[in-house]
Design a protein around this ligand. Structure first.
Ligand code: T1G
Length: 697
């Protein structure tokens, strides 16, 4: 008998129990165990009905993702599910937690499904670059119809038990929280009522209703926009459509063909890497699992601007009271007004209820007085980027906050140690770098100072999980990890335009790679004036900062989206960047002024210079220990800077290209472009010499 699947009988019910922590994934051992237990149940003459139930926190959460890319071991899941469906004894699946992917498919292979009201079901394979490969695309439409099946399979979104009942995906919902008891009661009912086996594959009424429907074409058109650059969502539509055009066995065959196409796609490898990288990033190297974590039940925020407001919403969203301190009442009222407007927008879109709007606003208190921070567990400073101002604030916080309070800065570039030096408790000072809009962007780049204590590091990582952010802990340097790499890309993008490319050519190369936005469209969103002010401050401080055509734009009040013109021009009510001949003239004049003879620049050169410069910088970041692992950098770029998850992040992408190819290009640009930042990172050279990849680190 397998260790992970057991068979027992209680009265007339044969019970098949899966117990394979953490999420009962369908590993080879679980698949063989299921088949063995089913056979035992078939042979057990006392068992009139069979019940499939799982131990632990959830029903089966899918195939074992760790087995992907390895040789497939029999029995495959489609065969296991078919055996369950062929059972001549009614089979009930009792669902708790999340029945996902192959887990839901196994439940769909059973004849009846009961779910706890707290449970969710879903087919999220598309998020891994796949499609349901064990009958989900053929059986789900037979229960839920084309529209719902397509929604669930092309988005991978989870469906709550009550909605699953409404769509016929489950047959009953139990309000209790004991899944075994719920399953036993339902199986007993099936036995007592002598209910027959009911194979989903034989159900056809929903198929007849949607056969030849336009819905498949509508989804393909919608996906052109929503799933730009992705492979598997379109294969999902093809597979579901097959359920409506082919008999079940042929539909299953078609599903398998499409599944194998997805399994072979590089996007699957990228998305599976992203899945595990996101989870690994929360485990900080060198920080023991049992490091104490401080309670964070109240939060203070300094600054009610765009960042401060967004940060406050994250805490109110999870029920943590927030006090926002501003200098002036007017700024406070404006900030609180914007928070309410954001919540009411979400309510209008049906994402939250009006009651939730009021509950969350009630958790956010405005103040003009630092003393209101005396009892909070965590304070996050979110004022404009000026070291002197930040040090003044932290000195004040040091005097009012209770011992043990964590003092955090949302700075996106400045030195955490210098900020901490303004206090007598640098061990309690840390960077918590949110990304705009802070209530939406999922990344939280936590920055450890040289004196930040392990407890504070562990606490801010726990806070990230609590407010549903993807937390990554990095070291302290100018721009930390994300912005330090972005600055290099920005410098190369600017240089490429100086030398002859157009801003739209550069941006197209980046959006074709999969970024939602190019370098210059991003500058227009952030504001051309922001970069200009920083450059002018540095120039006034006597620093040598190269002239730039972006300065010309700023001096012409072309600040970007906010002034309807920047590198691009914008039409009223539209954020669509429109190339502007006026800017091309400004750039041409700048080149003449600087004596630059422009030249033809290829898209490949743009890709290499914008991306390889980042990879080279990332290698320096790794060797300096600012980032512990290449996967941390991948997670930062996927969740903070829009790098396409289907390429796995810039480090995983670089490994796919080959570090030898990248090093050769870096050395080429070191001699051709000559800028210091093209000096090859020693780590990059070492990995190439050893035939290793970033993924091997
Ligand atoms: N396989 C292997 N490990 C898994 C796993 C899986 N399917 N799901 C989770 N884990 C690990 C995870 O790495 C982590 O490990 C631990 O479990 C807890 O996860 C044929 C081919 C279930 C909603 O896509 O969405 O079926 O870090 O931290 O936030 O059609 O995990 O502790 O070592 O995420 O509570 C389809 C993926 C597979 C579901 C729980 N299934 N999992 O979330 O915990 S493809 C999925 C999740 C498939 C068939 C196809 C979530 C969760 P560690 P966690 P959580």
């Amino acid at each position: 008998m397998s260790e992970v699947v057991t068979y027992s009988r209680e009265g007339k019910v044969g019970v098949i129990t899966v117990d394979y922590p953490p999420v009962n994934a369908l590993s080879h051992a679980v698949r063989t165990g299921l088949v063995a237990a089913l056979e035992q149940g078939q042979k057990d003459s006392e068992a009139k009905v069979l019940l499939l139930v799982c131990a632990g926190r959830t029903f089966i959460a899918g195939a074992d993702i760790r087995e992907f890319g390895k040789p497939m071991q029999e029995p495959g899941l489609p065969a296991v599910v078919e055996q369950f469906e062929n059972s001549d004894k009614p089979l009930v699946a009792a669902i708790h937690g999340t029945a996902l992917g192959g887990g839901l498919e196994t439940a769909l292979g059973c004849h009846y499904r009961v779910a706890l009201s707290s449970a969710k079901v879903g087919l999220p394979e598309v998020k891994l670059g796949l499609l349901p490969g064990a009958g989900g695309t053929q059986r789900l439409p037979r229960l839920a119809g084309a529209q719902k099946a397509l929604e669930m399979i092309t988005t991978g979104e989870f469906v709550a038990a009550k909605d699953a009942l409404a769509f016929g995906i489950v047959d009953a919902v139990d309000e209790g929280n004991d899944v075994k008891a719920a399953g036993m009661a339902y199986a007993q009912k099936i036995a007592d009522e002598g209910k027959p086996v009911r194979r989903v594959r034989d159900l056809t009424d929903k198929l007849a209703a949607d056969k030849g429907s336009e819905v498949f074409e509508q989804f393909r058109v919608a996906l052109e926009k929503k799933a730009r650059g992705l492979f598997s969502p379109f294969k999902c539509v093809d597979a579901v459509e097959a359920a409506f055009n082919l008999p079940f066995p042929e539909g299953m065959k078609r599903e398998r063909e499409l599944f194998m196409e997805c399994m072979g796609s590089p996007q699957r490898a990228g998305l599976v890497h992203s899945f595990f990288a996101e989870r690994q990033a929360s485990k900080v190297k060198g920080l023991p699992k049992d490091t104490p974590v401080r309670d964070v039940n109240s939060v203070g925020i300094i600054g009610a601007g765009t960042m401060g407001g967004g940060i406050a919403m994250n805490f109110a969203n999870v029920g943590i009271p927030v006090t926002i301190v501003e200098m002036k009442q007017e700024a406070l009222d404006k900030g609180l007004g914007i928070i309410r407007k954001n919540y009411e927008n979400s309510a209008r879109k049906g994402r939250i209820t009006q009651k939730q709007v009021e509950d969350r606003m009630a958790l956010i208190t405005g103040s003009l007085n630092y003393d209101d921070f005396k009892d909070v567990d965590l304070v996050i400073e979110a004022v404009f980027e000026n070291m002197a101002v930040k040090k003044e604030i932290f000195a004040k916080l040091d005097s009012v906050c209770k011992p043990g309070a964590i003092l955090a800065s949302n700075t996106s570039t400045l030195d955490i140690d210098e900020i901490a030096s303004a206090t007598k408790r640098p061990e309690d000072v840390v960077g918590m770098h949110f990304f705009s809009p802070a209530n939406v962007m999922r990344l939280l780049e936590n920055v450890r100072g040289s004196k930040t204590s392990d407890e504070v590091k562990a606490t801010v990582m726990a806070v990230a999980k609590k407010i549903k952010k993807v937390g990554v802990l990095v070291g302290n340097c100018h721009g930390f990890v994300g912005n330090r790499m972005l600055h290099r890309r920005g410098a190369e993008a600017l240089a490429l335009v100086n030398e002859g490319a157009t801003p739209q050519q550069v941006d197209k190369v980046l959006t074709d790679l999969g970024y939602p936005m190019g370098q210059f469209a991003m500058s227009d969103l952030a504001g051309i004036d922001v970069g200009y002010r920083i450059r002018e401050e540095l120039r006034n401080a006597g620093e040598k900062v190269a002239p730039s055509w972006l300065d010309k734009l700023a001096e012409l009040n072309r600040f970007g989206q906010k002034s309807m013109a920047g590198v691009y021009k914008y039409e009223e009510g539209s954020r669509k960047p429109i190339p502007d001949p006026e800017v091309e003239r400004i750039i041409e004049d700048f080149r003449k002024e600087q004596g630059i003879a422009s030249r033809e620049i290829t898209d490949q050169e743009i890709l290499e210079r914008c991306m390889y410069v980042m990879v080279n910088e990332a290698a320096k970041i790794l060797e300096e220990g600012i980032a512990d692992r290449a996967l941390d950098i991948d997670v930062i770029w996927i969740y903070g800077y829009g790098f396409p998850a289907y390429r796995g992040g810039p480090m995983f992408w670089a490994d796919q290209i080959g570090l030898d190819v990248i090093l050769a290009a870096v050395e080429k640009y070191r001699s051709e472009v000559g800028t210091e930042h093209w000096e090859p990172a020693p780590l990059l050279k070492q990995l190439v010499a050893e035939g290793k990849r970033f993924g091997d680190l």
